[in-house]
Ligand binder design. Structure first.
Ligand SMILES: Cc1cc2nc3c(=O)[nH]c(=O)nc-3n(C[C@H](O)[C@H](O)[C@H](O)COP(=O)(O)O)c2cc1C
Length: 166
């Protein structure tokens, strides 16, 4: 299996819990699970990166991610496979559902990496999302606030597909 690093940002712990679950499912060691609040933007040990974020404000990326993104050098993501995931709230923030994941995608998509792990929006209910690009979510969106009962299945499907793309 390729060397995989997970980088996550999380305000109240939801995305952090998901990141830990993903690490468990993919047999990723603790030292390869990074909180972007404390991590160095050095990806030289990894072939594959999983980036996780929630959405805050009205469709905003977390400050911790904004700050981490500013530390990523121009070529650091070149040649890497990158998968995105994140938590949002499709009911209270139906117009900006998972926009943080969409913003993360926008920030990295032209940095020479290949984005893997896209997801069909089928089965989700929301009005608008910046994470929807060309008919697909650019990563896995989870809603721990309203649909936590769907998380295990969504996660397992995503991880299964991811393994084929890695
Ligand atoms: C102040 C605030 C603003 C939020 N804005 C959005 C939003 O615009 N879109 C969205 O999908 N979720 C939004 N959410 C929901 C969070 O993204 C969601 O609760 C998520 O699970 C939090 O994950 P975290 O604990 O990893 O930060 C917002 C939550 C809060 C508290």
């Amino acid at each position: 299996m390729a060397n995989i690093g997970i980088y996550y940002g999380s305000d109240t712990g939801n995305t952090e819990s998901v990141a830990k679950e993903v690490a468990k499912d993919l047999n990723i060691a603790k030292e390869d699970l990074h909180d972007v609040d404390k991590a160095k933007a050095d990806f030289s040990n990894y072939d594959v990166l999983l980036f996780g974020t929630s959405t805050t404000g009205l469709g905003d990326l977390l400050d911790s991610w904004d700050s981490f993104l500013s530390k990523i050098s121009g070529s650091a993501l070149s040649g890497k496979k990158v998968a995105l995931f994140g938590c949002g709230d499709s009911v209270s923030f139906s117009d900006t559902f998972g926009d943080g994941v969409g913003k993360l995608y926008e920030a990295i998509k032209d940095k020479g990496c290949t984005i893997i792990g896209k997801v069909s929006p089928e089965g989700y209910s929301y009005d608008s999302s910046e994470a929807l690009v060309d008919g697909q979510f650019v990563g896995l969106l989870l809603d721990e606030d309203n649909e936590s009962d769907k998380t295990a299945e969504r996660l397992s499907l995503w991880i299964g597909n991811l393994k084929k793309e890695i």
